[in-house]
Design a protein around this ligand. Structure first.
Ligand code: C2E
Ligand code: MG
Ligand code: MG
Ligand code: MG
Length: 281
């Protein structure tokens, strides 16, 4: 079905066309029903230290357990949620659920709980002036410390107009950390770093050595250090890549080599009974 709509989701519908209006209506209805039926689920991918491979945090990645189509990844429904504005209530659910789970792990596991919870947000969410209040409410209701939550934005999101900058400032004032996701794939990287107060940059997986040249990964790490930012390498798939990143000086990494995104229950097992998992953390 996604294929019929073409690459990137729904873009073959021209603005103002009736087909586009009907499509929006259909997507809105489907996502509203899915939220009501609680068909969304978060998977969590570990972020680990280099070179040890010790769990330091997790990134929440949304899934839709579709009654007919099975487990759907974000590429299948986030574009439609953005197009219709349904990303606002869906994103609100994601933030609440991620904070709830992070607080539950701290209750259950204490010092062994993942130290940080990272949540992805779209441009559309940050253009909503109520977003910072949504996050504040999620923190209040869960009891999670703001410093344990990282909000991941992309470079293009950070450049977004509207209320975006006020919202980012408000989040930071609350003590929430900000990360620039997919770093290196967007535009205006340097002016953005100069103007946007982030705490972490995540090197896009296309620049992780293996696909990418080690020189770029190394230069991004130096840039991060010079600006006092944490650097995380994404998409580490092989032991060679992990070793090379460690040699370059990366202290944080994420990727299938360490762990795939998994249910909260499996993260708990990985922490409490690592011998039960093929890849111990
Ligand atoms: P992202 O934030 O850059 O997340 C990393 C994506 O790379 C995830 O895909 C993850 O499963 C995948 N990945 C992790 N390690 C590896 C690896 O070693 N190799 C490869 N090839 N891929 C790896 P996923 O879960 O399909 O998410 C895709 C994107 O959807 C995310 O990219 C993020 O931009 C967006 N997304 C996910 N959850 C949410 C959400 O709750 N809200 C919003 N607004 N966007 C979300
Ligand atoms: Mg991310
Ligand atoms: Mg990323
Ligand atoms: Mg990415």
């Amino acid at each position: 079905e996604a294929k019929e709509r073409g690459e990137g989701g729904y873009q073959r519908y021209r603005p103002g066309s009736e087909a586009r209006g009907a499509e929006r209506h259909r997507i809105t209805a489907a996502l509203t029903a899915a939220l009501e039926r609680q068909e969304f689920l978060l998977h969590y991918q570990p972020v680990v230290t280099l070179p040890e491979g010790r769990l330091t945090g997790v990134e929440a990645l949304v899934r839709w357990v579709h009654p007919k189509r099975g487990l759907l990844g974000p590429a299948e429904f986030i574009p439609g949620a953005e197009l219709t504005g349904m990303i606002v209530p869906l994103g609100d659910w994601v933030v609440h659920e991620a904070c709830r789970q992070a607080a539950a792990w701290i209750q259950e596991l204490g010092d062994r709980a993942p130290g940080t919870m990272s949540v992805n947000v779209s441009a559309r969410q940050l253009q909503n002036p109520g977003f910072a209040e949504q996050v504040a409410r999620a923190l209040r209701e869960s009891g999670l410390d703001a410093g344990r939550l990282t909000i991941e934005i992309t470079e293009s999101t950070a450049l977004g107009g509207g209320a975006t900058h006020d919202v980012l400032r408000a989040l930071r004032a609350m003590g929430v950390r900000l990360a620039l996701d997919d770093f290196g794939t967007g535009a205006s990287t340097l002016s953005l770093l100069a103007n946007c107060p982030v705490d972490q940059i995540k090197l896009d997986r296309s620049f992780t050595p293996g696909p990418g040249p080690a020189a770029i990964a190394g230069a991004v790490l130096q840039l991060a250090r010079a600006m006092g930012l944490e650097a995380v390498a994404e998409g580490v798939e092989t032991p060679e890549q992990a070793e090379q990143l460690g040699d370059l000086g990366y202290e944080r990494a994420q990727g299938f080599h360490f762990a795939r995104p998994m249910t909260a229950e499996l993260v708990t097992v990985a922490i409490t009974e690592p011998a039960d998992l093929p890849v111990p953390l």
